[in-house]
Design a protein around this ligand. Structure first.
Ligand code: ATP
Ligand code: MG
Length: 501
């Protein structure tokens, strides 16, 4: 069975040491969990292993043989495959076309022999329970199935070592369970798996060993058979983390958001939100629970002026907003943490500082007489960077060079730092480590205690339960159930699955 060993790996980006003298190993037939805070260096280390980056020093050995990778292609031919968090698939191509795309060994001649490749895709998909139709177009597949295509892609290239970088962040609980089955069947056939996640219970459930990174260095190993959530959190963050929240009961005031009989069409012109009515008052957090894809995205887009609604009424602070558009909505005091930071949260090739003022760069104090006051921008962004613990060398760093979780903190910090009356928080802690989740949750509660209204949209049941004063559950675009106080997790789980009693 395959064995890999990384020895004394160091990798810096200018002044930032992302990996320092790292030693880890992985063997066929086991799943290694890689844990660490946002910016600890997990993705960088895996990018080194998959040939995307050359390490500054250190060695990679596969089956006790030292290897140098000049490109991902070299790593692939050495049997290493990475399933990236952001899929790299062509939507209008079929599953098989995507699998063989860019495969040098197959070549263009075989691109024409599609049926042969389709057979091989089918064979792989059956062997590892990666159920997907080889002929189906990618754009017609749900996220979980697209991820399977990414896995088939690396298996098609004969990967023996599979790297999964936060694969569960975008999956439904059902899809997570299926992914774990797949990982276990890969393990059973002797593949080595490296798994990155911020969800501690997932590591404990599926891993055989755990390595923990902090600030670019390995700080220890843990045994999932005996370790607890709390111990893992301590090791990652280097201090005790409070995993449960204390909050006093809410004192709801005036209605801030009033939604009446709202219907919204999806991109494909389906009825994504169907005749829903609810409100959010001052001083309360209303949680919108539901399995991903039950209308949450379209609802939030309609509420933030990103998508027009089909029918119904949306009023903020007692008034309908004429010609709703994102800037207008912002100007009346509504803030928005979007669900997809890459798509609508940050501008990658803008600096951290520029990203932090995206909402109001055109107004005082940032802009005076058509000129930007960069000193003010710098002072204000330093504050947000400090408060939200955004790990960045400076506010001039490009946002795309931050780690995934730090990009998320940037978005959250921006939306929660200027004057807020109403906040729409969509998956606010996606990809964020436990220590920073604690802080963001505290900020949400603080904002609610100060009398602001918050609509919290999250597919994380734990998050909904920890924060919400009231909960509505969306199922196929409708409110299937409302909870006035905190229900038992099973009750809400049933509603999420479509049971209204
Ligand atoms: N291409 C790059 N250029 C400059 N700095 C980078 C680059 N890639 C990563 N970094 C820096 O290296 C450090 C480690 O980042 P990395 O993405 O490996 O963290 P991570 O452990 O994967 O975090 P997360 O959990 O947030 O995804 C961070 O400080 C990050 O800003
Ligand atoms: Mg990462």
């Amino acid at each position: 069975m395959v064995s890999i060993e990384l020895k004394n790996i160091s990798k810096s980006f200018g002044p930032v040491t992302a990996n320092k003298d790292i030693n880890i190993f992985a063997k066929g037939g086991e799943i290694l969990g890689l844990l660490g805070e946002n910016g600890a260096g997990k993705t960088t280390l895996m990018n080194v292993l998959s040939g995307l980056y050359r390490p500054d020093s250190g060695t990679i050995s596969i089956n006790n043989e030292e290897k140098t990778f000049d490109s991902p292609r070299d790593a692939i031919s050495a049997g290493i495959g990475m399933v990236h968090q952001h899929f790299m698939l062509v939507p209008i191509f079929s599953v098989t076309e995507n699998v063989i795309l860019g495969n040098e060994e197959t070549g263009f001649a075989n691109f024409l022999k599609l049926s042969e490749s389709e057979r091989k895709v089918k064979e792989i998909s059956e062997k590892y329970s990666l159920f997907v139709d080889p002929k189906e177009k990618i754009e017609r597949l749900p996220v979980g199935s697209q991820q399977r295509v990414e896995i088939i892609k690396v298996l098609f290239r004969s990967a023996e070592v599979l790297i999964f970088d936060e694969p569960t962040a975008v999956l439904t609980p059902q899809e997570v369970a299926e992914l774990f089955n797949i990982m276990n069947s890969l393990k059973a056939t002797g593949k080595a798996i490296i798994f990155i996640t911020h969800k501690l219970h997932e590591v404990l459930e599926v891993c055989d060993r755990i390595s923990i990174l902090r600030a670019g260095e390995i700080v220890g190993e843990a045994d999932p058979k005996v370790a607890s959530n709390k111990e893992l959190a301590n090791m990652m963050v280097g201090r005790p983390v409070n995993l449960s929240l204390e909050r006093r009961s809410s004192k709801p005031g005036k209605i801030l958001l009033d939604v009446k009989n709202l219907s919204v069409l999806s991109e494909k012109l389906d009825l994504a939100v169907s005749d829903i009515s609810f409100d959010v008052k001052e001083g309360e957090i209303v949680g919108v629970a539901g399995v991903q894809g039950n209308g949450q995205t379209e609802l939030v887009e309609a509420l933030t002026g990103l998508r027009s609604s089909l029918s119904g009424k949306i009023s903020y602070f007692g008034q309908m907003v004429p010609n709703m558009n994102p800037r207008k909505i912002h100007q009346i005091g509504v803030r928005h943490i979007p669900e997809d930071r890459q798509k609508s949260g940050i501008i990658g090739n803008f600096s951290v500082g520029e990203n932090l003022i995206l909402n109001n760069y055109y107004a005082a104090p940032y802009s005076k007489h058509l000129k930007m006051d960069w000193d003010v921008v710098s002072i204000e962004s330093q504050k947000i960077i400090k408060n939200f613990d955004i790990r960045t060398p400076s506010n001039d760093t490009l946002a795309q060079n931050l780690s995934g979780g730090n990009q998320q903190k940037l978005v959250v910090g921006r939306e929660m730092s200027s004057h807020v009356d109403f906040l729409i928080a969509s998956q606010p802690t996606r990809g964020i480590d436990v220590g920073s989740i604690e802080y963001i949750h505290e900020q949400l509660i603080k904002s609610r205690n100060a009398g602001n209204g918050i609509l919290l949209v999250s597919t994380e049941l734990e998050e909904i339960l920890a924060l919400s004063d009231r909960i509505i559950v969306l199922f196929r675009g409708r409110i299937i159930k409302e909870f006035e106080s905190n229900p038992a997790p099973e009750q809400i789980g049933l509603a999420m699955a479509g049971h209204s009693i």
